[in-house]
Design a protein around this ligand. Structure first.
Ligand SMILES: NC(=O)c1ccc[n+]([C@@H]2O[C@H](COP(=O)([O-])OP(=O)(O)OC[C@H]3O[C@@H](n4cnc5c(N)ncnc54)[C@H](O)[C@@H]3O)[C@@H](O)[C@H]2O)c1
Length: 279
């Protein structure tokens, strides 16, 4: 069921790789809610993934961009405004990647070139995007920009590695630029801290299946899936949330407020004897 929440709005969506991607669901919903959209991803991801199919479905323009390249971002913003014939109402930054995680480097044995890349791709790209949009005055007043984050920014979660540092930086950038953008241009900037979700990026995290089971047991409403995350994104792009800015908004079924639940305790007690000496 559509509510026409984005009727007449224009938006750029980063990060749709395949139909499991959170950005994929956001694109489908934004289209259903009446938005005109531009889809973007790296040239490699565009070749490997199925974003062409999504573009056809959503009647979207595809513009390749490596989000770490200011030049690519300038081209993306210019092409989008030219395509829409007007400025932009909303942007989704749905990008994350760690070479250390990919190569199995643990947090006490990080490769620093990879670490820099993690920060650049997963966090500094958000600043680059905001700065390009700011300098080109690309966003309409009361526009909305959202990036996707994870609770490892606040809490230590085994196996999340240097992505935790990237998410902490990402959330900080949202606050710092959110102040400037809100004050000067009435544009809001928020991060959504999403439950673990079965996607290409998600399944790269060590012990992901166990993590998903744990958070589901801990969350009174259960894990939030990609479609539900997309629904939340749409509300933040809509005019119904115009005074929400500089926030990290948990979309996690209540996980972030929990300490222990009966469902998690049941599993813990079952394995207590077996795991007495686990580190
Ligand atoms: N899946 C989860 O468990 C989970 C939980 C919380 C937050 N998130 C966040 O959600 C966002 C989307 O991830 P997802 O789970 O949908 O996985 P995904 O793998 O489908 O999406 C990640 C995207 O980032 C893109 N990307 C990587 N490097 C890029 C670059 N240099 N320039 C432009 N794009 C680039 C990839 O091509 C891909 O489309 C990420 O920020 C991720 O950290 C995911």
């Amino acid at each position: 069921m559509a509510y026409n929440l984005l009727k007449g709005k224009t938006g750029i969506i980063f990060g749709a790789l395949n139909e499991n991607s959170i950005a994929w669901k956001v694109a489908e919903l934004a289209h259903n809610e009446g938005a005109k959209i531009v889809l973007t991803n790296t040239p490699v991801a565009m070749r490997m993934g199925s974003v062409n199919e999504l573009a056809r479905k959503c009647n979207a323009l595809l513009v390749p961009a490596d989000a770490t390249s200011v030049e690519d971002l300038e081209n993306l913003i210019n092409k989008s405004i030219e395509h829409f014939g007007e400025k932009i109402d909303f942007i989704l930054h749905s990008i994350g990647m760690s070479f250390n995680v990919r190569k199995g480097k643990t947090y006490d044995d990080l490769d620093y070139d990879y670490f820099q890349k993690t920060l650049d791709v997963s966090a500094i790209s958000f600043h680059k995007l905001l700065q390009v949009a700011w300098k080109t005055d690309a966003i309409k007043p009361w526009g909305s920009i959202v990036a996707l984050s994870y609770i490892a920014a606040q809490r230590t979660l085994y196996g999340y590695n240097d992505m935790a540092d990237a998410k902490a930086l990402l959330e900080s950038i949202a606050r710092s630029f959110g102040y400037i953008y809100g004050r000067e241009r009435k544009v809001r900037i928020n991060t959504i801290s999403q439950s673990p979700t079965l996607t290409t990026a998600g399944s790269g995290v060590m012990g992901f299946e166990g993590l998903m089971d744990f958070t589901d047991r801990m969350s009174p409403l259960g894990n939030a899936n990609a479609y539900e995350c997309a629904q939340y994104c749409i509300t933040l792009f809509s005019d119904l949330t115009r005074k929400v800015t500089m926030q990290n908004l948990y979309h996690d079924g209540g996980f972030s407020s929990m300490g222990m639940s009966n469902k998690a305790m049941a599993v813990y007690n079952m394995n207590l004897e077996e795991c007495r000496d686990c580190q």
